[in-house]
Design a protein around this ligand. Structure first.
Ligand code: GAP
Length: 455
């Protein structure tokens, strides 16, 4: 019925599809866009929320050794002194002496300007933190920073979380939130932007057990991506060299994804040792320690940190789920999202706009909406509407036709196989629920009819 395309996904193709179908738009689009900032549209916002919810479910809801936090973006400026970000969170910047474009020195292959071939200045360290002022007076004493990571909000709340959650070591704190970095070079769509969202875990362990927990989290996180539907062959691990390690890390592995521009970091898993807690203790004089009940000693836990950008996860999911095939001589483009994270689970499509059909279809829509993110669409031909839902990655379409008026049955059409079954309207909810849970219902109930790959 269908044949696989060899055509590869390019970033241009993805950007254009994402704009056309309402996944992601350039920020401030009507003003010509703002470099490296992006807005999630009506479809993209659902995908992003579902990915964040899947992460939260897996690292907080389904575990008894984790709690969550939601801390503020603006923090006391001394936090960034203690954390080392004021001094060390920087990249080497060079400027072209001819065209004055600025580049990240460690991204360049040659000693010349990639744009015009001009001579470059000596590199100097450029701090990536965004500055702003707190209150109505714009002076040095009121400078605050937009957080470049959410982790510090967790560290400064360590004692609050221990006291109120009564968790024993090892345990972790998870947080999802915005972060800001004044990156020298951005690009590759939502891969590297200046405003992005992070999903971070800080997992506190007894010193000496850190290597064991590091390996545990690396495996756990790799498995999570595969559970999310990302193909194993598109994931790999890469250890940081000594020179690459962040100032706070003793060891770090990237989980890389095979993006259209090549293998690049999706998530970092780092052993931050006791660096952060000790720094905050030194700068505040407060004890961020944990009473070990066995030894009765106060210890400073070591921290294992799996940290991933939400936007990079969205990009990896989009790239991985994208597919093209030829169906009866026509190109079919689709996102084969795992149903758990698909923006919409079901679309209700009346075959025509005849009033008796749309009335029944709207009843079905009203019935399904409380259970699933559902779309209603009665525009254009049914074939075009199926194609549109394929491009949104909707796993199931429910079609109401003239026969439905007689027999009270509807057709469920499956995105991946294009197979169709007839189901009684009263059984639609349960059938869809079972299908979304992964049951193969194309083994049919008695008297049912199936069309393989039929539309
Ligand atoms: N707290 C640790 C930390 O921030 P990081 O490796 O600098 O570590 C963690 O960032 C993750 O955040 C990266 O693996 C990546 O997924 C994402 N990330 C980093 N910079 C980003 C940017 N400019 N735009 C989008 N995502 C970014």
């Amino acid at each position: 019925m269908s044949e696989q395309h060899s055509g590869k996904l390019t970033m241009e193709k993805l950007v254009s599809l994402c704009q056309r179908r309402g996944f992601i738009f350039p920020s401030s689009d009507i003003y010509g866009g703002l470099s490296s900032c992006w807005d999630y549209g009506p479809i993209g916002v659902e995908l992003k929320r579902n990915i964040k919810e899947a992460w939260w479910r897996s690292v907080v809801q389904e575990r008894d050794d984790m709690v969550g936090l939601d801390t503020s973006i603006l923090m006391h400026p001394k936090v960034w002194e203690a954390s080392g970000h004021l001094l060390q969170f920087s990249d080497p910047l060079v400027e072209c002496k001819s065209c004055h474009l600025r580049w990240r020195a460690d991204d360049l292959q040659e000693d010349k300007c990639p744009k015009c071939g001009g001579e470059l200045t000596e590199p100097h360290q450029f701090n990536l933190m965004f500055k702003t002022f707190m209150g109505p007076v714009e002076e040095e004493a009121n400078v605050v920073y937009l957080r470049p990571e959410t982790a510090q909000g967790i560290f400064v709340n360590f004692q609050n979380a221990v006291n109120t959650s009564r968790k024993r070591l090892p345990f972790g704190i998870a947080q999802i939130g915005k972060a800001f970095r004044n990156e020298i070079t951005t690009g590759n769509f939502i891969f590297r932007s200046r405003e992005f969202e992070l999903m971070e875990i800080e997992y506190f362990v007894k010193p000496g057990t850190d290597d064991k927990w590091f390996d545990y989290w690396l495996e756990e996180r790799l498995n999570w991506y595969m559970k999310l539907g990302i193909k194993k062959e598109n994931l790999r691990l890469r250890e940081h060299s000594e020179e690459e390690l962040a100032h706070y890390a003793r060891k770090c592995y990237d989980i890389d994804y095979n993006f259209p521009m090549g293998w690049s970091e999706l998530e970092g898993v780092a052993n931050r040792t006791d660096f952060d807690l000790k720094q905050h203790m030194e700068h505040t004089g407060k004890g961020l320690t944990y009473l070990d009940e066995e030894t009765k000693e106060h210890i400073v836990p070591f921290i294992i940190e799996p940290s991933v950008g939400v936007d990079r996860s969205v990009l990896a999911v989009l790239c991985d789920a994208y597919d093209e095939e030829t169906v009866r001589g026509e190109l079919r483009v689709l996102f084969r999202f795992n149903p758990d994270i698909a923006p919409f689970k079901v679309a209700v499509l009346p075959l025509s706009r005849k009033e008796n059909l749309t009335a029944l279809a709207k009843d079905v829509y009203t019935d399904l909406r409380p259970c699933f993110m559902t779309q209603y669409d009665d525009t254009q031909s049914i074939g075009r509407r199926y194609r549109r839902q394929d491009e949104l990655g909707t796993p199931f379409c429910v079609t109401i036709d003239f026969q439905s008026l007689e027999d009270n049955q509807a057709t469920i059409r499956e995105r991946d196989t294009m197979n169709q079954i007839r189901v009684h309207i009263a059984a639609l909810r349960d059938t869809l629920q079972a299908k979304l849970a992964g049951e193969d219902l194309f083994v049919l109930p008695e008297g049912g009819v199936i069309w393989k790959g039929g539309e």
